[in-house]
Design a protein around this ligand. Sequence first.
Ligand code: COA
Length: 436
Amino acid sequence: MSWKEIYQERLTTAQEALLKIKDNQRVAVGHACAEPGYLVDEMVSMKEHFHNVEIVHMVAMGKSEYCQPGMEEHFHHNAIFVGGSTRKAVAEGRADFTPVYFSEVPKLFKTTMPLDAALIMVTPPDENGKVSLGVSVDYTKSAAENAKLVIAQVNDQMPFTMGDSMLDVSQIDCFVEHSAPLVELKPAVIGETEKKIGENCASLIHDGDTLQLGIGAIPDAVLASLKDKKDIGIHSEMFSDGVVDLVRAGVINNSKKALLPGKMVVTFLMGTKKLYDFVDKNPDVLLYPVDYTNNPVVVAQNNNLVCINSCVQVDLTGQVASESVGYKQISGVGGQVDFVRGAAMSENGIAIMAMSSTAAKGTVSKIVPLLDEGAAVTTNRTDVDYVITEYGIAHLKGKTLKQRARALIEIAHPDFRDELIKEYERRFFCEYHKAA
Ligand code: COA
């Protein structure tokens, strides 16, 4: 059968395809800006047909109605990263959280978390019968390759991305055509604090370095501070619109990258139509599965790698909590540790934790004597390298506990330094102002 015949034969409606999912099965759903929103909405509207169906995904950008009150009998959400629309469900016990490094999610789907079904979003097929996973290859490719049933929303508004981002039509069981604009992540608002943090980070970035950046105002502020740099490269878990501006300004050209020179390497993308148009059939932007992009051994092949991630608390010894505020799970490990470990093995690589010095409108310090009870240590103190706030840069790697505490107190918000100094003196049996 030709690919066109296969496609026609497997073209169906959402209802027909979704009815193939049975009670008590596990379903992985594509995430972030590639969530197959039409399939998910239809599945929720057909809830009476489903009992105890487990829904697994990472970044939730949609409504996540399957984990709202009243859905318990039909669906159970297992979050491998918690987002805005799933936080409450996890906090209230309606959903579960599974800790996992992003790089290891594909392996989970082959081992301890086998999938009955995958709901994904793809482009229409090209002339060779290949569909692209577009802006989200990450775990989605592995989910499609390992699930017993693959249902794809075919969306002609999904950009056709390059790299290891394609599936053959024969790998998909049901095609449901539905055109819809992709979810957009608008550029973050950069305030004075983020601007200062961005400048502090930029002071550690040199011409020719390769960058990994996360989501949000701080990564955007870092990019905004790089306008005078040159030959910057990208090997990242994700990137947003800010990268497009720097490519157009000639700052990012990937020319000095040790691994895949000339190419930007990434596993998912979140931004606006500007980004989606930029990556469409762009041979210089390669999307690969996350067990490649985030594999620390692959990450380490990039010399002069600068990884920039964020966190919610750092204790005085350098333990970093990034995914929970006390007991409350607010996100996940994601790719943070993958890149911190990769940077440690990269020649001249460094890893930065960049954060504002305070949270909750300035009422709490993010640099704390002890992490809140219940907090998960995301990056441990042996792995932590640089911590940056709007007040400066603390380099912790290779430093004693006392030296770390002093460096962190220097970049804490001035309103909280006395309290931290008291803890320093209690913990280390010495006067802060006398000690060297
Ligand atoms: N005490 C109390 N509340 C805190 C806090 C603290 N120390 N730190 C943060 N918060 C609250 C914020 O006030 C905010 O609450 P709100 O949503 O009610 O406004 C919430 O926690 C999120 O914090 P915020 O600083 O706005 O988060 P962010 O969008 O800048 O993301 C991380 C920061 C750490 C959550 C995010 O970078 C992350 O999830 N990191 C782990 C995964 C990772 O690094 N992946 C790799 C790159 S993609």
